[in-house]
Design a binder for this molecule. Structure first.
Ligand code: ADP
Ligand code: TRP
Length: 326
């Protein structure tokens, strides 16, 4: 049984199908049989969302979405980063063993420096808090996207530097679990589904929005009695295959490849809408229920935060002991 953890920033407010299929559900798979935690990295988000009310709402929304998908009684620990009292202290102590030259190499920092005129110190320090988020709980492995590989390498460098400085093995080097290359999920305009392109279909969209999004998927222009373009190149088909059973997908393929059957892209969209509605129904219903009982979500978040606070505090005792502070 491994201890695994991952963090998600609360920059956006709602999860889309791309996040669900290629990040969240694979995390659930990696979590099976392991001691797994996922947290909303709100402290990591303060440098991009500079409105307290918005950040708080987005953080709560993400937590509720995780509970809706994993279930309220999931063994996966869902918590909020800023509930961990000693995390900033851990981060501060860790910064003492972090070379400036290492920090200067961070791609995320270099990108920020190129984009903004006066980058704040938080952006510079970001990888240290991220390292504390991981090694503070004595983690074995971290499922992350490719863009986070360097942060994981920096974490390992910090572990080595700290342990070398004090001559004891206090922290362990976490390994990264990089999701295998998967086919990207197309958005309604055919580009990669992404928040930034505004071409996404939300996991928690209401019926009306879901229908509007599905009906606006860009498709070919072949008529109802013409053979459709190659299904593998069609956005509707490529979304359908991810959510339908293999039998349903095979049946839709036959329709695409037939002529004179009076079947058009509008029909394919309607079939996609049906499959998606069914697929997402349990998640949407779970969220609706949780929204009616925010106190249950709060209680569960508090419980999980207690567990993670205890873990971090246990590590803190060892760290303070070797560093010589209280
Ligand atoms: P966005 O592009 O919407 O900002 P994020 O970068 O927040 O998405 O995505 C978080 C994770 O969700 C990524 O690491 C990736 O694994 C997964 N993901 C997002 N969109 C897609 C997509 N269209 N196809 C496959 N995976 C995706
Ligand atoms: N930096 C990560 C991102 O931008 C979020 C994050 C913060 C994280 N702390 C973490 C991810 C710890 C994994 C482990 O996506």
């Amino acid at each position: 049984m491994k201890k695994i953890i991952t963090g998600v920033k609360s920059t956006g407010s709602s999860m889309h199908l791309g996040n669900l299929m290629w990040a969240i559900l694979p995390f659930v798979k990696a979590a099976k049989g392991n001691d797994a935690a996922i947290f909303v990295a709100d402290l990591h988000t303060i440098n991009s969302v500079k409105n307290g009310k918005t950040l708080r709402e987005q953080t709560r929304e993400i937590a509720i979405e995780y509970f809706s998908i994993f279930g309220l009684d999931t063994p996966i620990n869902i918590f909020i980063e800023s509930d961990i009292v000693n995390l900033p202290k851990m981060s501060l102590i860790l910064s003492n063993a972090t070379p400036y030259s290492l920090m200067l190499r961070a791609h995320a920092f270099k990108d920020a420096e190129a984009k903004w005129t006066d980058v704040n110190m938080w952006t510079f320090n970001y990888p240290i808090l991220m390292a504390a988020d991981i090694i503070g709980y004595d983690i074995d492995a971290v499922p992350v996207g490719r863009d986070q590989i360097q942060h994981l390498e920096m974490t390992r460098d910090m572990v080595r530097a700290f342990n070398r400085t004090y001559g004891v093995e206090v922290f362990r080097e976490p390994e990264a679990i990089i999701a295998e290359e998967v086919a990207t999920l197309p958005g309604i305009d055919g580009r990669k589904m992404s928040k930034s392109y505004d071409n996404f279909i939300g996991v928690f969209d209401d019926d009306k929005t879901l229908k509007k999004r599905v009906m606006s998927i860009v498709s070919g222009s072949e008529g109802i009695d013409e053979k459709k373009k190659n299904p593998d190149e069609c956005n509707i088909f490529n979304l359908y295959r991810v959510f339908a059973t293999p039998e349903q997908t095979a049946a839709l393929r036959v329709k695409y490849e037939s002529e004179g059957i009076g079947y058009g892209y509008g029909h394919a969209k309607a079939e996609l809408l049906t499959v998606l509605t069914e697929y997402l129904r349990p998640y949407r219903e779970a969220r609706t229920q949780l929204l009616e009982h925010p106190e249950i979500v709060e209680a569960r978040l508090a419980e999980w935060a207690r567990v993670m606070n205890a873990r971090l505090d246990a590590m803190m005792v060892r760290v303070c002991d070797v560093v010589g502070v209280n």
